[in-house]
Design a protein around this ligand. Structure first.
Ligand SMILES: [Zn+2]
Length: 317
């Protein structure tokens, strides 16, 4: 795809744009950066802050927008460093401030819906559907412990390229997702755009090491796509199928395992107790797996995230 303009800006060789785009029918404005390479090539979108309290990716995208050199690029790099800006400025735990919705559950959005729906609609129509490849940066939210790993969507036209992109990510595990709705990278993948989601960082914390690791992964993927010069490094990793158990009730949560722990079927993963310390529920591992992320706050909320684990397949990159 040779896209000529994005968000009203022509992609002229050598040009850099830093601007905000207004989301029609809302007070929302989304910062974006366009870096137009001197040479023709693929147009790659990098987004962060779809979950606004996942700071590693946000800071990595801000730094990349200043560090990538247009004279070096073949093609274009488009960065959305903070997709959910109002959530960030009101310090929500990653929900869109105005309507309380999880932006990464409402794609493709709806221009007639509430703020999150309108924002998702704009992000998809203006940015995502017009690019050749897509990288979405996430972390663990304020309540969420997490080990680094990456996702791509299986059974899509772009699966081979997405898998090549995943190989560039420096993590021990990757998930071949089966979720085709709601999320930005999921929808992009269904539309034939090779896409990956990188998870790194947890508990709404951020460190120099994690930011540099995100940036290194993005640069490595850009090399793989021919947008940056140089050799790609491939990192061997184990494929997982992902399973999530949401909390069956609200209360106090006492996890038994740490993220990254490997467990066997039947092992205790955690317990929910009431405010008098009485047991309400015990979570036992339904199958063998590795713990990818889990609730790390004392409070746990009915139907909210509790544990997410991966089950290894035979497929190793
Ligand atoms: Zn996220």
């Amino acid at each position: 795809m040779q896209v000529k303009s994005i968000a009203g800006h022509e992609l002229t060789p050598g040009k850099t744009v830093k601007d905000h785009i207004h989301v029609e029918g809302t007070e929302l404005h989304v910062p974006h950066v366009l870096l137009c390479g001197q040479q023709p090539g693929a147009t790659v979108l990098i987004s962060a802050g779809i979950h606004n309290a996942e700071y590693v990716g946000i800071q990595a995208a801000i730094e990349l927008s200043n560090e990538l050199d247009v004279s070096e690029l073949r093609g274009n790099v488009i960065l959305l460093p903070l997709a959910n800006r109002s959530g960030f400025e009101n310090r929500t735990m990653s929900m869109v401030f105005e309507d309380g919705k999880n932006l990464n559950r409402v794609f493709p959005g709806d221009r007639e819906g509430s703020e999150a729906d309108k924002l998702a609609h704009m992000l998809f129509e203006v940015f995502i559907r017009n690019v050749d490849a897509y990288i979405d940066l996430h972390s663990g939210d304020g309540y969420e412990a997490l080990i680094p790993y990456a996702y791509y969507l299986g059974d899509t036209p772009a699966e081979e390229t997405a898998k090549a992109m995943i190989a560039c990510v420096n993590t021990k595990y990757y998930v071949r997702s089966r979720c085709r709705t709601g999320g930005a990278y999921n929808l992009a993948s269904v539309h034939g755009i090779p896409s990956v989601l990188i998870e790194r960082g947890q508990l709404s914390l951020f460190s120099r090491e994690e930011i540099e690791a995100d940036k290194a992964d993005v640069r490595n993927i850009l090399r793989c796509l021919g947008v940056l010069p140089g050799e790609t490094v491939n990192y061997s990793k184990t494929q997982l199928l992902e399973y999530s158990d949401d909390a069956p009730c609200t209360g106090c949560w006492y996890p038994e395992k740490k993220v990254g722990d490997v467990f066997r079927k039947g092992e205790k993963l955690g317990e929910i107790r009431d405010y008098f310390g009485r047991s309400l529920f015990v979570e036992y591992a339904p199958q063998d797996g590795v713990l990818l992320h889990q609730c790390a706050s004392l409070n746990i909320i009915e139907k909210g995230p509790m544990v997410t684990y991966g089950v290894p397949t035979d497929d190793i990159i």
